[in-house]
Each structure stands twice: as C-alpha cells, then as structure tokens.
Design a protein around this ligand. Structure first.
Ligand code: HEC
Length: 380
C-alpha cells in the first residue's frame, strides 16, 4: 500500500522521462477541467486532498510539505509566486526539486484554476492576501503587516556628511496587526562655522532616537486591490541631541497607510499623518508621502525589479511655515532566487526647499529580509 502510493506520487513527476507522456495526457484531459479536479489529479498525491500535505510515510521524500489550509502561511504568498513554483518546479524560488515542474503538463491557465482551488483551503479571509504586500519604498511605510527586518542607510551629501544606519524589526501578530521597532545609529562630521557650533557638533557617532510602532490593517480587499492601515509610533529621546542625533524629547506619530494595485503590475502607495513632539517648544508637523511604481520580472519567471518614485511633502504647523518637498526615485530588486531578500537604492532630491533651504541630496538604500520565508542564507 505504502509503496503503491509513493510510486503513484512519483509517476506524476514530469522530470521522470517515463512519466512525461502520462502527465502530459493528464493535462490534455483536464484542459477544461475545474481547479479542484486538476488539483486532485496532479497535486493531491503529495499535497493531500485537503491541502495539508500527504502523510510522510506515504511519500518517497523527506521534504516537509506546506499546509495550504494555514492562512498565516498561505494568505501571504501571492498567486504569481505559486504559479511560478508549480510551472517551473521548486528550484525557481529556491525550494526543493521534490516540488516538480508542471510546465510540460499543465498550462498557466490551468495552474491559475488550481490556485483558485488552493485559495479555498484557507477559510478565514481576515488575512490580507500577499498580492497586497506591495514593494517597500525607501520612505513610505507599507500598509501590509509584515515579518521583516530591514537595514537602512542614509548618506547626506552636505557638509555634515552625516550617515545613518537604521535597523528595523517588524513582526506580525494576528491576521492584520504588526509591531515595529526602529533603532537608528548615526555618524556625523564636524559642522558649523563658529566655535560653539564646532564644540557642540564636534562630530561623532551614537544611537539615534529608538521608536516603537503598532500597525493595523483595518480594511483590505483583494478584488478591489486595496489595503488601508493605521499606524501609531512613539520615538524616545535615546539619541544624543548635542551631536545632532536625536530630538530633545519623545515624539508621537499617527498616520494612515494605503496601497492600491493597478493594472500591469503597477501600484500606488500613500502615507499621511502628523508628527507631534511631546516636549516644550516642539512644533508639530504634517506629512504626506505618495509613490507610484511597477514590478517587472526578468523573463516570465525571473528576478523582480520594481522602479518607483516617491513624493514627500512635510510642513510644520507653525503659522507662516513653508512646506518642504522631496522626490525620491529608486529601484527595488530581489537579490536571491526565493525573492525574500531584497535591496532598494535611491536618491532623495529636495525640489521645494521650503523653510529649510539648506537641505541637500541624500543617498538612500536598504537590504530587507522577509524572515517568514526563510533565513538570510536560504533560497539563493
Ligand atoms: C511529487 C510531489 C509533489 C507534487 C505532485 C506537487 N508538489 Fe508542490 N511541493 C512539493 C514539495 C516537496 C514542496 C515543498 C518544497 C520545499 O519546501 O522546498 C512543494 C511546494 C509547493 C509550493 C510552494 C509553497 C511555498 O512554500 O511557497 C507550491 C505553491 C506547490 N507546491 C504547488 C503545487 C501544485 C499547484 C501542484 C500540482 C499542480 C503540486 N505542488 C504538486 C511536492 C509536490
């Protein structure tokens, strides 16, 4: 019995020459079939009719099978990635070759129907779909709750030659919430023309203002392609104010986040809110960030590149204050095969100097790990 089933699973492997015709025949017969019929014929031997994975003793390999009924796992994976894995085989996204390639047997259209069936296995649609997890920009916070760590770098091109490295840790909890901790570390050169300035800003390095935030996606709809979230953040005066690495006190921020999928793998994202210093003489600031971008892959299944441009506007609430406006062209690229290690490079260009006319160009970059999908060294 065991052997029979293991063999049944293996005869479906399109990689096995003798099975090729057999699999091809299945695909032909199922040209018009619905997703569940194709799934049961082509996938269920290994993945189980219920999607939880066939019992290990029935399988001829050691690899652990994913659980398609686990919404925490399944909802966050976009269809496009799963179709790529089913069409090209596990290795196309850095998974095991025990996940066979069905390209000789099933069309992308048939696989699309299979995905519709797999999507019925997670029965809780409280979990926002991975398609709504749009590429992370350099400044605009994402609306999607994420499990990520990010190392960001900002290099100022003015006299301060300030450089900031920021570590961001994000962790989801529940279907729609996320906690975020941000730890900046700064280096700056001497600035200032008089002796006082030089003494005060004598250059140096140190911790910046650490912040902690909470995000909640209060509305998402995969059919409309929308996601909306609200986020609150509190930054603490842990930075060295004298060295220009921190504010004199705590600062609270509240903002709304939105993401919208557009046709042609394009997207919009927005963030708007207020930053309110909780110390005397601090002035509140309104800010908005808006970006448009698009994702392109190298060939049908390859590496994803996402060029984007962000517009950032900020204005102090003091009367007579003038808004500052920045443009940030940038490109995000997947670094590894699994596409869960990504980098982004861009440049912040002040276009409307506003009150703070001394602002200069800032080079920005990050490296990101979506740690739910695997460790940093996995899937290359
Ligand atoms: C011969 C057994 C086998 C068959 C048949 C099979 N799979 Fe898989 N599949 C696997 C294994 C093993 C993995 C796990 C690979 C890993 O984690 O490295 C996997 C992983 C996957 C994943 C990746 C999930 C993730 O982690 O993101 C998807 C999607 C998938 N299979 C879809 C399908 C579809 C659709 C079919 C049918 C058209 C199918 N599989 C048929 C063995 C199989």
């Amino acid at each position: 019995m065991r052997t029979a089933l293991a063999v049944a699973a293996l005869t479906l492997l399109p990689a096995a020459a003798s099975a090729q015709a057999h699999v091809g025949a299945i695909g032909q017969d199922l040209l018009e079939a619905s997703g569940d019929v194709i799934y049961n014929a082509a996938c269920a031997n290994c993945h189980g009719v219920d999607g939880r994975g066939a019992a290990p003793e029935l399988l001829a390999f050691e690899e652990e099978l994913p659980d398609f009924t686990d919404c925490d796992f399944a909802a966050r994976e976009p269809d496009a990635d799963w179709i790529a894995v089913a069409h090209e085989g596990g290795p196309v996204r850095g998974f095991s070759e025990m996940m066979p390639a069905f390209r000789g047997a099933l069309t992308v259209d048939q696989l699309g129907r299979v995905m519709e069936h797999i999507r019925t296995m997670c029965t809780d649609d409280n979990w926002p779909r991975g398609e709504l997890n749009l590429p992370r920009a350099l400044l605009t916070e994402k609306a999607y709750p994420e499990d990520e760590w990010v190392v960001e770098a900002a290099a100022h091109t003015d006299d301060s030659e300030a450089f900031t490295g920021t570590y961001v840790y994000e962790r989801r909890f529940g279907p729609r919430s996320q906690v975020e901790i941000t730890i900046p570390y700064g280096w700056r050169d001497e600035v200032g023309s008089d002796a006082d300035d030089a003494a005060r800003d004598g250059g140096g390095s140190g911790l910046g203002d650490v912040s902690i935030g909470l995000k909640h996606a209060f509305y998402h709809d995969i059919d409309a392609g929308w996601i909306f979230s609200v986020m609150g953040e509190m930054s603490l005066p842990t930075g060295n104010e004298a060295a220009g690495l921190g504010a004199p006190g705590s600062v609270a921020e509240v903002f709304l986040l939105a993401g919208q999928i557009l046709p042609g793998d394009a997207f919009l994202q927005a963030q708007a809110g207020v930053e309110a210093p909780l110390y005397r003489d601090g002035s509140s600031e309104l800010f908005g960030r808006f970006l448009v971008g698009a994702s392109r892959t190298e060939g049908p299944w390859g590496r994803t590149w996402s060029p984007m441009v962000e517009l950032q506007v900020a204005r102090h609430m003091a009367s007579g204050a003038v808004a500052s406006v920045d443009l940030v062209p940038q490109v995000q690229v997947a670094l590894n095969t699994r596409q869960h290690v990504l980098a982004n490079f861009g440049v912040l260009v002040p276009v409307g100097a506003g009150e703070d006319s001394g602002r200069s160009v800032v080079l920005l970059a990050y490296v990101l790990l979506d740690w739910f999908d695997g460790g940093f060294l996995e899937g290359w």
